[in-house]
Design a protein around this ligand. Structure first.
Ligand code: GDP
Length: 524
């Protein structure tokens, strides 16, 4: 591998931001983009409050609901690094999308509201990161407001998430009393309010030796902060880069995204410790190294109609090895087809640009005319290469779905097919008649589906709730209709694999008691 490409790869930091809704993910993303010079004004990222166009809000429904439904990708340069931020939907009904995004990153930043601590969605997302061994960096946000005691927050992190925490900085006061952060890592104090940029950081010394006339000097919280830091030094975790890399220790940063306090400091430390592109596992049990010469990557997301004027569909590729050059030919290993990558794009904060060169760790978008599916591998090397498959959830909610207007079956089928390929929802069919059923993790997925069918495919649909079901896959040889009843429907998934939909736990238990030989499988 050429040295310069290796350097390029090492300069990549590709991470996802995860949080419970409202913890401040959008606000912090926006600040990060501002530092990178990728946007010029706050309010660019999300139209929710500013009313402006929002990069992460491609879909109308997001604006209506004020939640980020889709993930988006943003790239910017900071301090010799090229940073790829992958945004994730905060709403739990879209956790499948988030899980797939987490397959494409090398680390995750978890944003926590200092008044709320660990919230349910934080916990879920965190678990996926742990499962995948992704390094996690924590940003405890909203210090400008009264929040919980920092020590409390740290213990909660450690206890609830079962991870070690290492506070990289420590707040001096909070809310109205906030005067700054002790930056443990750089051995300095970051002031909350300062007149001159030169006063922003002051060297960390004993209180009576602190230079200048600063609010920190006046604050009674300075002594408390120093005491707590002493305690952390003595009884807390040690800073351990290896443990961070394994996802066993999370560096914790305090700050306020809205007040732009502690965010830049976070970013400049984060880039020092966040991993560069990591090797990726294949289904065949091998590792593909980012510095391997031949280009390879996988599709983790398909997004339709980002640009309403063009009705295009974009497949997002995480590059896993080698470098991408515009116009190159790759194999799509699922189909064995060769595809020329002519029409590719990369994502800036408020625009898309044609990309002509990208390396491992980067995310590129390929204009798609129906070639790609989520989880697909493309490569210039081994034609039998398949990157680890994307996690698929066992859906819990089901709906029967049909076209309202029988004359518009074509639109209906096209819409269903494309939305299912995108991974927006799961498709099942009744065993004989092949009637369509949709499976989802959360109710909102159905609403988005209906909205998009209407808006993008001009197809009005009828949806009949089937309620909650417990879906269990079975071996094809066990797909015997005699085993089915109204309490356990036999259906096919989109790959024609047989699945039983059990009415409830009771029906499931009754079935396993009666049919001990039938093996039942669950997805994650
Ligand atoms: P998301 O749902 O996680 O993307 O959260 P947002 O970034 O949209 O923030 C949710 C709300 O919290 C908004 O009203 C923000 O203005 C507010 N917010 C975000 N960060 C801070 C902060 O540091 N301090 C305060 N006081 N409010 C914040």
């Amino acid at each position: 591998m050429v040295d310069s490409i290796q350097k390029e790869i090492e300069s990549r930091k590709t991470f996802a931001i995860i949080s419970h809704p409202d913890a401040g993910k959008t606000t912090i993303t926006e600040q990060l983009l501002l530092f990178g010079g990728a946007i010029r004004s706050a309010g660019t990222v999300k139209g929710k409050k500013s009313g402006k166009f929002a990069t992460s809000d491609w879909m109308e429904i997001e604006k209506q609901r004020g939640i980020s439904v889709t993930s988006s990708v943003m790239q910017f340069d900071f301090d010799h690094y090229r940073i790829n931020i992958l945004d994730t939907p905060g709403h739990q009904d879209f956790s499948e999308d988030t899980y797939r995004t987490l397959m494409a990153v090398d680390s995750a930043v978890m944003v926590i509201d200092s008044a709320k601590g660990i919230e349910p969605q934080t916990m879920k997302l965190f678990k996926v990161c742990r499962m995948r061994g992704i390094p996690i960096f924590t940003f405890i946000n909203k210090l400008d407001r009264p929040g919980r005691d920092p020590m409390d927050l740290i213990s909660e992190l450690e206890e609830v998430l079962e991870i070690g925490a290492y506070p990289m900085n420590w707040p001096i006061g909070m809310g109205k009393e906030l005067v700054g952060n002790v930056d443990r890592y750089n051995h300095r104090i970051e002031q909350y309010r300062y007149e001159d940029e030169a006063d922003r950081f002051i060297p960390l010394t004993d209180k009576n030796e602190l230079l200048g006339d600063h609010a920190v000097k006046e604050s009674t919280y300075f002594d408390q902060a120093m005491e707590e830091i002493n305690l952390l030094d003595e009884a807390g975790n040690e800073f351990d880069q290896e443990a961070i890399a394994k996802g066993e220790l999370t560096p914790v940063f305090f700050g306020s995204a809205l007040a732009n306090f502690g965010v830049e400091n976070f970013l400049s430390t984060f880039v020092d410790f966040a991993p560069s592109p990591q090797p990726r596992k294949t289904e065949e049990g091998n590792l593909v190294n980012p510095t391997d010469e031949k280009f390879s990557g996988f599709i983790f997301k398909i997004q339709a109609n980002m640009n309403k004027a063009h009705r295009d569909r974009i497949a997002f590729v995480r590059i896993c090895s080698g470098s991408f050059e515009k116009g190159m030919n790759v194999y799509l290993t699922r189909t064995g087809k060769s595809i020329k990558l002519n029409n590719s794009t990369q994502f800036m904060a408020d625009s898309q640009e044609i990309v002509s060169h990208a390396v491992s760790g980067d995310i590129i978008g390929l204009y798609d005319t129906g070639n790609y599916q989520i989880g697909d591998t493309i490569t210039m090397g081994d034609k039998n290469l398949h990157f680890e498959s994307m996690p698929q959830f066992t859906p819990e909610l089901f709906m029967r779905v049909s076209a309202k207007n029988v004359m518009k079956q074509k639109h209906f089928h096209k819409g269903v097919e494309q939305l299912v390929q995108e991974g927006a929802i799961q498709l099942y069919k009744s065993w004989h008649a092949g009637d369509y059923m949709l499976g989802a993790v959360g109710q909102l997925q159905f609403e988005v589906f209906e909205h998009r069918m209407n808006n993008e495919y001009n197809s009005e649909i009828i949806m009949e709730p089937m309620g909650k079901k417990m879906a269990r896959w079975i071996k094809p040889e066990d797909a015997d209709e005699k085993l089915a009843s109204n309490r356990n429907m036999l259906v096919r998934d989109r790959y024609d694999n047989p699945v039983f939909l059990f009415e409830n736990e009771f029906a499931l238990r009754w079935f396993t008691d009666k049919n001990p030989d039938v093996e039942l499988f669950e997805l994650i």
